[in-house]
Design a protein around this ligand. Structure first.
Ligand code: ZN
Length: 87
């Protein structure tokens, strides 16, 4: 997951996703859906990531990037094909 984080821009945000099944470790499950800055996510991973020292490396968590709508202009949204209706 650390390698995955290194591909993101430092000011991006990411959301932690687990595999959402009965094999997910409690440590991972507590992070499901949480949104972190890249720095926060790195800290989460360091030292206490999933089951420390798991020899099989069975963690299947991943990050998805989170886009802050405030950071994006209407034109950019239109290019992405995203339409947002504000009531
Ligand atoms: Zn995990």
């Amino acid at each position: 997951m650390l390698e995955q984080l290194q591909r993101y821009e430092p000011d991006q945000k990411v959301q932690w996703l687990t595999a959402r099944d009965e094999h997910v470790y409690p440590l991972c499950a507590a992070r499901e859906g949480k949104i972190f800055s890249i720095d926060e996510a790195k800290k989460e991973i360091e030292g206490k990531f999933c089951k420390p020292g798991d020899p099989d490396d069975r963690c299947r968590c991943c990050f998805i990037s989170v886009i802050e709508l405030d950071d994006i202009s209407d034109e950019e949204l239109a290019e992405l094909g995203i339409e947002i209706e504000i009531e």
